[in-house]
Design a protein around this ligand. Structure first.
Ligand SMILES: Cc1ncc(COP(=O)(O)O)c(C=O)c1O
Length: 490
């Protein structure tokens, strides 16, 4: 790790506050949310930091985004004003947040929904007769209905709120897995699964005697779907598969995987953490048995996620956790259980957070998931090609083409520079936030012959200018290392 970050002096001229703010002060209708007025200023500089609002100095870095260069027609520029956190400086530079695959930022509409719950109707759900509780229960159940509509589930009761996608996968592994798996059965996964989709099944396999089988990568570095087809057999009881990879940026043909799996009698659990925030996901079309996602990756709060399960499957499954809310009757020596989804929501749920997720869905649907997807495809290509043009950079996953659409993220390495050093310098010297490490995908990294990678991941509020900032910062970072070590080995 580098100990010193004093290589780049970066102090460009200050810009005038009035020049930045004046043309955009007048409130105008929000582009996506009916009946909402906004001060439509892409360079708004008011942020919440800790418990206080603070005003930022408008000094910017040598690679800051001049407002006049912003392309106001892009979805990124249209939506940025909705995200207060984006308008701040980090380490003295305008923040460029490119760690969206880890978690997304939250629009004001979601922050307001959370605040409103805690300020005006905070109360427990499903328990009391008083008005506050009735309102909280209504809003909580409405959030469930919104999630169901968002993924086109046929009934809201097919949606179980969990703490996150990880808990949703554990729920299926422990509830469905423990009662349906036995010795000799196979659980089929790809090598590119997130640890959340691997470890729960390892634990359940140890208890049941079932075994895990992994599909490898093709030479294009996508999970080998032909191999998956070959590995499917009557022994396969469940296929656990991601929709979009959080490392490779590849998308899998879930509809086909589901059809092949069902033809041998296997269930399918889809990890949709990296697809649901970015594209239309229709569970009736894809037809998985289970599907999971996390709110915090789709503009919603942390602490809540969801499991979609076909109602006949959920109804046949035993509880995962026991406690209040999930019972029908409790006696001294046994209990009977509520119907799903309550059966799987033991204890007080994350009420405000679920309501916040509902607000995030309203926000995303206000923009339109197809519009988000189309815009991100453009960003994805731009990011990929910009990175590809840098010497000694190795990007993982498939090359984009007419038929191959990458997600708007790139995991990469620069020869002879540790990804954590890259991420550290980008942050400290440029205010660019990317991720480094194994991204909770160690088996995948091993199969790529590496232990770690750097990852830049985008969302619809990013724009091409930010990609340019990132690329220039990365080039500077590489130069910085060359200045220490020379080009040998680079
Ligand atoms: C593909 C994938 N699956 C599962 C998860 C786990 O999500 P959570 O930590 O919100 O449960 C993530 C998070 O990074 C992910 O990218």
């Amino acid at each position: 790790m580098m100990a010193s970050f004093c290589h780049f002096p970066a102090s460009p001229p200050h810009q005038s506050l009035s020049k930045l703010l004046s043309p955009l002060r007048r409130p105008r209708p929000h582009p996506f949310l009916p009946n909402v007025l906004c001060i439509f200023n892409p360079n708004r500089n008011r942020i919440r930091a800790g418990s206080q609002f603070r005003r930022l100095s408008l000094s910017s870095s040598s690679i800051a985004l001049p407002p006049e260069e912003l392309d106001s027609s892009s979805l990124g520029d249209l939506t940025r004003p909705d995200f207060p956190i984006l308008h701040q400086e980090v380490n003295g530079f305008n923040l460029v947040y490119l760690d969206n695959a880890a978690t997304s930022q939250k629009p004001t509409a979601v922050l307001k929904a959370l605040n409103k719950y805690y300020e005006s109707y905070n109360s427990n759900v499903h328990r009391a007769i008083h008005s506050l509780s009735a309102e909280a229960t209504d809003e909580y159940e409405q959030a469930r209905t919104k999630v169901a509509a968002f993924i086109n589930a046929s009934k809201p009761k097919e949606i179980v709120f969990t703490r996150n996608a990880t808990e949703a996968i554990n729920l299926v592994a422990y509830s469905w897995g423990l009662s349906n798996l036995r010795s000799g059965d196979e659980i089929l996964l790809t090598i590119a699964e997130h640890h959340s989709a691997i470890v729960p099944w390892q634990l359940v396999a140890q208890k049941t005697g079932a075994s895990l089988k992994f599909v490898g990568l093709t030479k294009e570095e996508v999970p080998d779907i032909e191999q998956l087809k070959e590995l499917l057999s009557v022994k396969t009881k469940i296929v656990v598969i991601h929709h979009v990879s959080n490392v490779l940026g590849s998308a899998l043909p879930i509809e086909d995987v589901v059809a092949w799996s069902h033809s041998v009698g296997a269930k399918v659990l889809v990890d949709a953490c990296q697809s649901i925030p970015h594209m239309v996901v229709d569970v009736q079309k894809l037809d998985p048995d289970f599907l999971v996602a996390s709110s915090h990756k789709m503009c919603g709060p942390t602490g809540v996620g969801f499991l979609y399960g076909k109602s006949e499957l959920l109804s046949a499954m035993p509880p995962f956790l026991g406690g209040g809310e999930m019972i029908a009757d409790v006696f001294q020596d046994y209990s009977t259980f509520a119907e799903p989804p309550s059966r799987f929501e033991a204890g007080t749920p994350a009420i405000g957070e679920a309501i916040g997720l509902g607000a995030a869905i309203d926000y995303l649907m206000g923009i339109g998931m197809q519009r988000i997807h189309d815009y991100e495809k453009e960003l994805a290509n731009y990011l990929y090609l910009s990175l590809l043009a840098i010497p000694n950079v190795r990007i993982y996953g498939p090359a984009p083409s007419e038929t191959v659409h990458r997600a708007s993220l790139c995991s990469f390495n620069v020869e002879n520079i540790h990804p954590t050093d890259i991420a550290t310098i980008l942050d400290k010297q440029h205010g660019v936030a990317i991720r480094s490490g194994h991204h909770c995908a160690q088996p995948l990294h091993r199969s790529l012959g590496i232990s770690a990678s750097a990852r830049a991941s985008l969302y619809f509020y990013n724009n091409k200018k930010e990609i340019d900032v990132f690329i220039r910062a990365l080039k500077d970072t590489i130069d910085f290392f060359i200045s220490f070590h020379g080009t040998e080995g680079l």
